[in-house]
Design a protein around this ligand. Structure first.
Ligand code: SF4
Length: 955
């Protein structure tokens, strides 16, 4: 007889509720088993399109996140100095009234004095709308310090990028190349996809300085030197061009390869496309012997040589410019081998293998379809090469151009939106021209007035920058200024330092959600803590006068807030995984999802989104109040159902219309949430077969996209090998057009805004002495954790209780370092003491560690001597938000000059062994934080399941 204690097939609970995981950003479907109203067990939802039942370690450990001892329990008002943890508990009414008292005068006088920034939340469609209604341009989420280079590089090149924008065609792909990926971007879907690909006999090549995670199961690992991915990719392109292994038919049909570019003539047209009176870019049709607009069917455009125009100017096709640029010796494999750390033979082999699979293993799906120009095709031709990349290649000061280079490589192979290649997920592809431009031009930011549009968008040229007549930034983070012209996700990492410096102006209130800026989300962490604590000596006021912060947990940032609005856990609230935001679609289906409370909070906490909607109503923000001034929405659930961004388009696309029989467009349906819940928490609609590939050019897909409400009119797009938007910035830098960048930035704009993907040395590397700082230092995200939440989770901490610095074996040999030794790591900015661990599978010039495991003592309800605080560490202490001074004494932001993306991975360091008599504790170790009121000391052992065993223990 089996022991009944371990008998299988016993129901684990008395109820199952289906919702969406939030233990990382992948948004898998989960079945939450409840017993007596408490969470007993979490499993994957087998019907869910994202994970099909697969659940990772993080997802299962959601139970311990939900019952974490670090949960906040009451609204808090600071009563002592910042950072001292002196708060008093207050009622929600007092908390909300305090927030309104602080924010309402700003809206009446100068809305930009409110800066509203959020972390990795999943409600940016709401938060951005709220900022717009408040009237402040100072809004963004965490993308600026995550992977905006990837997103913007993709949008400007082909209307989308990886992860939420698209995915490999896993079932048909035969070769998968993955570049520099944090292991949570994306998590379950990539693991599942790689497993399918490998079962089908496909190969995986990983290009990553560190051989962990996906790289560890790759068939080939290329341990590249950080910051040189662009060089490697352009050398592969050189080889493909040299051996003529590019998909010319694809390039003619789907890209601007044949578009004519004005040659240099010293005027504002230099490098811009030749256009007709209607503004259409022109090609030279070799059959017709004349210029034709790019909208015409042109089978044989001139692709090389020069074309003389009627006005006597000359122009050159894009493909000619491209070939001339990349066929030069500087892009030859031999020329880049030393810099990249990848041999010329390996680079040539990679190019040959890409070409072999793309062209010799071509696949076809016999499915007739019609393109946007009206031409009928009998089949979808596939090039079964797929790729994926994320923060590793983008978190560099040359990341935007590297991301563009990678997309260029995919396009030259003809492997975008085809069977076996990379496939967009709706509503992408969406070209930059189909996105709004950023709102907030000077003169439009006015008291008691909503912004004219969304604060974030995609500029089409210098004329769209948010700068005043003198070129000064409009935004506190200086997004969309000459310092970061295409900063589509803002620059959250610069907000506190700019606000502290009053540059470009002082703000009054910093309102943040789920952004741990006093620890792992800031560069120069100790400096940022100092800025949060710093007071104006004249007034005695804090330099950032007011900070409102919402979080579910006692993170480090809570201690530096003046008003704390405690959030619920993800199992206690409604959420909306919306097509208006960052959707969960698949390449062949449209999907969105919800979260809904599977259990009620046992603390005095409220969901942040509901609180934001309440604040919107109390502030009288348009969009959140009815005409009579009453609140428009009861809570977030009400908003999810009844908010319409435009008639018929709301946060959720499923079961719209009064009877719930419409998809995409339709009137609000009062039963919509019930329909989602009955369907497992998600909605899913297949794309018609004729519309499934070449979406950017497929007439049936475009029709489907309009029907679903992605666009109001078809938006077929042409992939931009050559970017005219970038060239416009170059022309401004050359003084040919207005507005112009300030003199001290002109060279940098000229270099960074190359209209064809290019590579330049990362800024920090170009400024520091390579002998003094010979190593790169990086972080990787562990598969088992996500941001700072994971390392307070009782189950996940057992996997990564602290983070060592992984040091390449040759460096260990040189310096006499053995695993377990304490070492000092020094950068141009700072010095940390950490535990070293020897590693073979890493680029010989790169040390690395896991991200966000180090904690400040006392935070997150951990013991003051927790291993996360004593042995865990942050690399952030070594990274400054400003680069070392240049020749003219100016210090540039440590960011990509195109998008403003934080250049975390440009860091250079040296390592020395710590003295034998030194403390074996991480340094720096700032004083322990005090637990906020309502957060009790965690029990010695956080056990799970005791509750059901004896009815008393912590569950
Ligand atoms: S991959 Fe992310 S969303 Fe999916 S189960 Fe794991 S933690 Fe949850």
């Amino acid at each position: 007889m089996p022991d009944p204690q371990i008998a299988l097939n016993q129901p684990v609970g008395d109820e199952i509720k289906q919702t969406t995981c939030y233990m990382c950003a992948c948004r898998c479907g989960i079945n939450v088993h409840l017993k007596g109203g408490k969470v007993r067990y979490i499993e994957g939802n087998r019907d869910h399109p994202v994970n099909k039942g697969v659940l990772c370690a993080k997802g299962s450990a959601g139970i311990m996140q939900h019952y974490s001892p670090a949960r906040l329990t009451k609204p808090l008002l600071r009563v002592g100095p910042r950072g001292k943890g002196e708060f008093k508990e207050i009622s929600w009414e007092e908390a909300l009234q305090t927030a309104v008292d602080w924010m309402a005068p700003l809206r009446k006088s100068d809305p930009k004095k409110l800066a509203f920034f959020t972390g990795r939340d999943q409600s940016q469609a709401l938060t951005g709308y709220w900022a717009q209604m408040f009237g402040t341009p100072n809004f963004a989420a965490h993308g600026g310090f995550c992977s905006v280079n990837m997103a913007a590089g993709g949008i400007y090149t082909m209307g989308g990028s990886f992860w939420e924008f698209g995915q490999p065609d896993w079932e048909r792909s035969k070769l998968f190349v993955i570049f520099g990926v944090a292991e949570d971007h994306d998590s379950n879907p990539i693991k599942m996809g790689m497993s399918v690909l490998k079962k089908n006999g496909g190969r995986v090549i990983s290009v990553n300085p560190v051989r962990t995670g996906y790289s560890a199961i790759a068939d080939d690992w290329i341990g590249i030197r950080p910051g040189t991915d662009g060089l490697l990719i352009l050398a592969v392109i050189h080889e493909l061009l040299r051996t003529r292994k590019i998909d010319l038919d694809y390039l003619v049909r789907y890209t601007n390869a044949g578009w004519l570019v004005h040659d240099e003539a010293g005027d504002g047209l230099d490098g811009l496309f030749v256009r007709d009176e209607a503004g259409e870019a022109q090609l030279f049709d070799m059959d017709a012997g004349k210029l034709v607009p790019q909208t015409a069917i042109c089978k044989r455009p001139q692709l090389t040589g020069s074309v003389t125009l009627e006005n006597g100017r000359t122009a050159t096709p894009v493909l000619d410019l491209l070939a001339r640029k990349y066929l030069t010796d500087e892009h030859a494999p031999e020329a880049v081998a030393e810099q990249t750390g990848v041999s010329a033979e390996t680079i040539r082999g990679l190019a040959a293998e890409l070409a072999r699979v793309a062209f010799e293993e071509e696949i076809a799906i016999e499915q007739p379809w019609t393109d946007w120009k009206g031409e009928r095709h009998e089949r979808f031709i596939g090039r079964p090469v797929s790729m994926h990349a994320m923060r590793g290649i983008s978190a560099h000061s040359n990341g935007f151009q590297t991301c563009r280079a990678l997309h260029l490589l995919q396009i030259l192979l003809g492997s975008i939106e085809c069977p076996g290649g990379f496939r967009f997920k709706p509503p992408y592809p969406k070209p930059a021209t189909a996105h709004p431009k950023p709102a907030g031009k000077p003169g439009t930011v006015k008291p008691e007035t909503p912004l004219g549009g969304a604060p974030l968008g995609y500029p089409q040229g210098p004329e769209d920058l948010l700068i005043d007549g003198e070129g000064n930034p409009v935004r506190i983070d200086k997004a969309y200024s000459w310092e970061a012209p295409l900063s589509a996700h803002g620059l959250m990492h610069m907000v506190i330092s700019n606000a502290h410096a009053g540059d470009p102006y002082k703000i009054d209130t910093l309102f943040m959600y789920m952004a741990n800026m006093a620890w792992n989300s800031s560069m120069n962490t100790m400096g940022v803590i100092g800025m949060l604590e710093d007071k104006d000596p004249e007034t005695g006021e804090y330099k950032i006068p007011r900070i409102i912060y919402s979080d579910a947990y006692a993170s480090e940032m809570v201690s530096y807030a003046d008003l704390v609005l405690p959030d619920t856990t993800y199992l206690e609230r409604h959420d909306c995984i919306s097509l208006l935001d960052r959707p969960i679609c698949e390449a062949d289906a449209v999907a969105d999802a919800i979260r809904h409370p599977v259990t009620e909070p046992d603390r005095d906490v409220r969901p942040f989104q509901t609180v934001l909607i309440d604040l919107g109503a109390r502030l009288g923000l348009p969009g959140f109040v009815n005409e009579d001034g009453s609140a428009k929405y009861a809570d977030y659930a009400d908003y999810m159902v009844n908010h319409e961004r435009k008639p018929g388009i709301g946060p959720l696309a499923g079961w719209r219309g009064e009877d719930g029989d419409s998809s995409g467009r339709g009137a609000p349906n009062p039963d919509q949430l019930d329909r989602y819940i009955a369907n497992g928490g998600f909605w899913h609609r297949e794309i018609p077969e004729e519309a499934q590939f070449f979406k950017h050019a497929n007439a049936a897909y475009q029709e489907f996209a309009v029907k679903m409400g992605f666009f109001d009119a078809p938006q077929p797009s042409v992939f931009q090998l050559y970017s005219e938007v970038l060239q416009k910035f170059r022309n401004a830098a050359d003084g040919k057009t207005e507005p112009r960048p300030p003199e001290h930035l002109a060279d940098r704009v000229r270099t960074a805004f190359d209209p064809l993907p290019s590579w330049y040395q990362p800024f920090e590397e170009s400024l520091v002495d390579a002998d003094e700082f010979p190593l790169h230092a990086l972080t990787q995200r562990p598969m088992a954790m996500y941001h700072s939440w994971g390392s307070q989770n009782a189950w996940l901490r057992q996997i990564h209780g602290h983070n060592p610095l992984y040091v390449p074996a040759p460096v260990c040999d040189d310096l006499g370092i053995e695993t377990g030794d304490w070492v000092w790591v020094t950068s141009p900015h700072g010095r940390i003491r950490v535990i070293a661990r020897r590693m073979e599978g890493v680029n010989a010039k790169t040390a690395w560690t896991w991200n966000a495991i180090g904690k400040r003592a006392g935070a997150w309800a951990l013991e003051e001597d927790a291993p996360e605080a004593r042995k865990g560490f942050l690399l952030n202490h070594l990274i400054h938000e400003l680069l070392p001074p240049r020749g003219d004494g100016r210090r540039w932001a440590n960011s990509d000059p195109v998008t403003g993306q934080a250049a975390w991975f440009d860091l250079r360091v040296r390592i020395e062994k710590a003295g034998a008599d030194e403390d074996h504790v991480t340094a720096p170790a700032p004083p322990p934080l005090k637990r906020p009121p309502g957060v009790e000391k965690a029990p010695e052992t956080v056990a799970y399941g005791e509750f059901w065993k004896n009815g008393s223990g912590r569950s």
